[in-house]
Write a protein that binds this ligand. Sequence first.
Ligand SMILES: [Zn+2]
Length: 361
Amino acid sequence: MNCLSVRAHQLPLPVFMPDATFGYVRTLSAADLKSVGLEAVMMNAFHLMQKPGTTVINALGGLQSFSGWNGLIMTDSGGFQAYSLIRQNPKFGSLNDKGIVFFPEGSQRKLLLTPEKSIQIQFSLGSDILISLDDCTDISASRAEQEQSVNRTLAWAKRAMQEYDCQLASRKTAPSERPLIFGVIQGGGEADLRKKCAEGLLELGFDGFGFGGWPLDDDSNLLIDILAITRSLVPRQFPIHALGIGHPVSLVRCFNLGYEMFDCALPTRDARHGRLYAMTETNTNLDENGKWFKFSYINNEDNTRREKPISPGCTCPVCSQLSVGFLYHLFKMRDANYARLATMHNLTFMTQLIGRLRNNG
Ligand SMILES: [Zn+2]
């Protein structure tokens, strides 16, 4: 089994990290996250610097103490979030070579997120795996825009790496205690630009890499070709992260392409909205066609008296101790316990899926 060394931890790969954007996974405690077998979560520096703010988190002892989560924490730089916010509505901000200028919703105050500032924030929060700020584009953007994004992402990565080294030096961080730092490979659908970006980032000495840009097309199909090309540009000893991949079948397909790290809000959001994950049979082959997987919708009258588990072999509290009928009852009563238990089920499904990929890999 492949492992990523992070400080004192050996993180087995592949790994799925639920999004804990603001420092928590909705409806779950840190103990719940542990109990479903998670080792790491993805938080977001861009959002946390606004709510509750870095000074508040630092006053409460850093992210781990603040959140109660003592597993690993990877933090996103905010490149993707700023891009999606600004793309949605240019009045929220703009990008220039210095960094990302944005106006938080409902605020007149202008904020500037630079590559240096993003690293300073992630360091001070106590993140275990940092991500360098990138200039994210849409796959459909013009070649000129993709070129500008790659040039800017490389320039920002160099500045982020310099700041990272400064932080290590000023904090006198021991080599065994240093957090890891990942760079993001942009370039849209242009293979030569992806290559330029990957080569430039490799020279800077990052510990791992991320696939930049949204990995799905408008119909939610994986951008298989460019995902495969991008993976082939990075030597196998470096892990590569597929940001935003959480659909179980997409995750397996990306794993088969060589991606080993995943984060997504989908499994937890699906759970809250009544879409539960299930294997069609126990120990069925995890092949590319995805027939091993199905959605099970809780809001189905057939669940009223259903006893058997949501997914065969699932060890979550619902499947191992309760009935689907009881979960259906909680859902119908709009009780908060429904969201917690459903989220634990979908996350248990993800950790069991990852466990199988680790054992087969
Ligand atoms: Zn379950």
